[in-house]
Design a protein around this ligand. Structure first.
Ligand code: ADP
Length: 741
């Protein structure tokens, strides 16, 4: 098993050959510095190995050295593969290699001649150290080959897989060449060297050119060509041989005549035979090619009928995926807003992440698509040094998309969109003619895409106008109601003010008349004065409410803040209503009031606000109804301080959602003001429409919020209303406003 000199000249030739390759590789070294240095190291070890092959057999030094050098060269080749296949580099991997080489050397030093002879061939003596070196070489070669093969099987993008396949094949050539060299037989040794030459040249090709030819398609084409030549040529050759054999006993003239006839018939038979062979080969080896012209015609008709971008995306990707046999594809819209490009994929086929890419101005990805106006393979992006400056975001986005190719949709000056296509289902890379066809179809898409985008923008604008219209109608309605409120105000104010005023005047008149008659007793005077007093108080409170309401608008409400327990606020607010609630058998429940923290507030103002709110609940709840007041504290979070939430619910007539905001407007009352009966606690007793605006003014002055929830107004069903009040424990001057309030 020891290597002997295969032929006196061959190692010399090989040394020259590897030296030339080394020089070429060094001169043409590209940007992949690490890869090139490992390749140079490999070529270096190959040269030294060949030199040893020349020197050792003649010098008589240890013959095991050559195979040890080959083990080293295989280790270097493994490192070259690590960089080429982008395996994660671990320094630890060098340890077993070092141990193997060291062990081989030690074996050689300690037991230089010990070994065994094969029982089958007694003349062949195998040394242990030599066996160990060969086995190490074999183990390493097998490991590298299997790992490349596994990577090849797991790579989804065909051009990436093709790169690994090519590399794997060159490695296979190199290792099988080396295997043949080990055999000693001069014929095989020469063949081994030649195979290794080809393999090493393949390595250099793979490293120096970033686009390796499509190995599988090339192989298919070669097989197809052999098949066609064989199938169309074999019958002719066979018939010529047959005629020659049959006419072997005939005179020469007859043979020539028969041959001439056979050749003539063959000439007629050849074209149909060739066509038949081509059909068979297309069907079973090369794969059928579709009638693209018809597809392109149908495609252009279909896209011009489509105005919706999503629909267009379906047509574009649907047609291309069917034609090129892929299950992954997306139309991507490129927009240019304020000089900033953005690429937005419209998911159409397969799982497409919904991520928008904002490529930088000088993006080589966009630049290549615009300048070259042809499909750009992900393979190019990954391995062509022109794309080295691609930003990490772009790289990440592209890897997320997992497309095999990007086809630009462009007018030449601007990029309107992209068509992203995933790998083909067959696992074969896209062929140039397929990419050309895809580009033709993308070019046809330009106008359709521009149209559909314009249509989309128009539709969006239409929708905005429609929404604005609805908004306008609502605002108009509100203005109309407010207008009505203004005129109602006169009616309400005069109605409200006149009632107590009439009472005052009436009782004063009676008092005057009776006084003149002298018929006025002390009790009667007291009773009449009591009436006048109550009417005056009512008048006073009305005017006070009007002044309060105007204060909200003009100077803003002035508050005197002090720590205020809300429980006592509610108790004070309930006081004037307790009698009426008892009379009308309205039950009141309170919940969570006792644990509330004291809020920084103007107690009088809060009492006023809650009296209005609870008063309304009493007014709009029928007899035997229920009112509940519940409270809770929300802890400080998201930058907002602690706040208290109170809900006053009733089982009353409810409020239509269209009035939920309007009832907080001054002088607004639902329904006809004249139909109301006046009274502060009677069922549906009307007020001047100031209770809620004042309550809102007070709550907002404390930095709080108030709103109402109610399904509808219904005097049969009595759906009830819920008034929500939020009050910060510390008003905004000392703490931020509650979130969401
Ligand atoms: P008023 O002085 O008329 O009560 P408010 O400003 O207090 O005026 O209330 C405005 C209108 O809101 C009322 O006229 C009434 O129609 C409606 N409203 C207020 N509170 C309730 C409630 N709890 N249930 C039903 N309707 C209510």
């Amino acid at each position: 098993m020891e290597l002997s000199q295969p032929s006196s000249l061959l190692p010399l030739v090989a040394t020259g050959y590897y030296t030339i390759l080394l020089v070429i590789s060094y001169v043409r070294r590209g940007p992949q510095a690490r890869l090139t240095s490992w390749l140079l190291a490999f070529l270096g070890t190959s040269i030294i190995w060949e030199l040893l092959l020349i020197i050792i057999p003649n010098s008589g030094s240890r013959p095991g050295l050559t195979v040890k050098l080959l083990v080293l060269s295989t280790a270097v080749l493994g490192m070259t593969t690590t960089v080429f296949a982008k395996w994660s580099w671990r320094k630890r991997a060098l340890i077993p290699v070092g141990i193997i080489v060291l062990a081989a050397l030690i074996l050689d030093l300690l037991f230089p001649m010990s070994g065994f002879t094969l029982p089958t061939a007694a003349s062949t003596r195998i040394r242990y150290s030599s066996l160990f070196s060969h086995l190490s070489w074999f183990g390493m070669a097998l490991y590298i080959l299997l790992r490349v093969w596994r990577d090849y099987r797991h790579t989804t993008l065909p051009w990436h897989a093709n790169r690994l396949l090519f590399w794997g094949l060159t490695l296979l050539l190199i290792f099988s060449g080396e295997g043949l060299i080990f055999t000693h037989w001069s014929g095989l040794t020469i063949t081994g060297h030649l195979i290794r030459f080809v393999g090493v040249a393949g390595l250099i090709y793979a490293i120096s050119s970033h686009r390796i030819f499509d190995v599988r398609t090339r192989a298919q084409n070669v097989i197809g060509l052999f098949f066609i030549t064989f199938l169309s040529g074999a019958p002719i050759v066979i018939s010529v041989l047959l005629v020659q054999w049959l006419a072997r006993n005939e005179p020469l003239e007859t043979t020539i005549l028969l041959m001439a006839i056979t050749v003539t018939i063959s000439m007629f038979l050849y074209p149909p035979l060739h066509r038949f062979a081509q059909r068979i080969s297309n069907r079973f080896i090369l794969g059928e090619t579709a009638d693209t012209s018809q597809v392109v015609r149908n495609y252009s008709q279909a896209i011009y009928r489509t105005l919706d971008v999503n629909q267009l995306s379906l047509v574009v990707i649907g047609t291309l995926s069917e034609l090129l046999e892929t299950n992954l594809g997306a139309l991507m819209l490129v927009s240019n807003t304020n000089q900033r490009l953005s690429i937005k994929p419209i998911p159409t086929m397969g799982s497409i992440p919904q991520r928008i890419l904002l490529p930088p101005h000088n993006s080589p990805f966009i630049g290549a698509l615009l300048d070259q106006h042809q499909p750009l393979l992900q393979y190019e992006i990954d391995f062509n040094p022109d794309f080295k400056s691609l930003s990490p975001e772009e790289r990440w986005w592209l890897s997320e998309m997992a497309m095999e190719v990007y086809i630009p949709i462009t007018t030449g000056t601007e990029l309107d969109g992209l068509i992203g296509l995933g790998p083909k289902n067959t696992g074969l890379p896209y062929q140039p003619r397929e990419l050309e066809l895809a580009q033709i179809m993308a070019d046809q898409t330009v106008v359709a895409l521009q149209n559909s985008r314009l249509y989309g923008e128009l539709t969006a604008q239409n929708e905005t106008v429609r929404r604005l219209n609805v908004d306008l109608v609502q605002k108009n309605e509100r203005l109309r109601i407010m207008d009505r409120v203004k005129s109602d105000f006169i009616a309400i104010a005069s109605h409200e003010l006149r009632t107590p005023l009439t009472q005052v005047i009436g009782y004063a008149d009676i008092l005057g008349d009776m006084n003149e008659d002298g018929s006025l007793s002390r009790e009667q005077t007291n009773s009449l004065l009591g009436h006048i007093n109550r009417a005056t108080k009512h008048l006073e409170s009305l005017i006070a409410a009007m002044l309060d309401a105007s204060e909200i608008d003009t100077a803003g409400m002035k508050l005197r803040l002090a720590p205020t327990p809300l429980e006592s606020v509610i108790l004070v607010a309930l006081e004037p209503l307790a009698e009426a609630m008892r009379e009308r058998r309205i039950t009141l429940t309170t919940n969570g009031m006792s644990g509330l923290p004291a809020v920084q507030a103007d107690q009088m103002r809060l009492v006023q606000a809650f009296t209005n709110l609870i008063g309304n609940a009493v007014k709009y709840t029928p007899d035997h109804g229920q009112i509940s007041i519940s409270a809770g504290v929300s802890p400080a979070e998201n930058g907002a301080g602690e706040y208290v939430e109170l809900v006053i619910s009733d089982t009353g007539i409810g409020i239509d959602p269209e009035f939920h905001e309007l009832i907080f407007e001054k002088f607004f009352r639902i329904g006809d003001p004249q139909l109301h009966s006046t009274g502060s606690t009677k069922f549906k007793g009307a007020g001047p429409g100031l209770g809620l605006p004042i309550a809102k003014g007070v709550i907002q002055a404390h930095g709080g919020e108030i709103w109402v929830e109610s399904d509808q107004e219904d005097e049969d069903r009595m759906p009830g209303s819920r008034f929500y009040v939020i009050l910060p424990v510390n008003p905004p001057a000392t703490s931020p406003k509650p979130a969401g309030a």
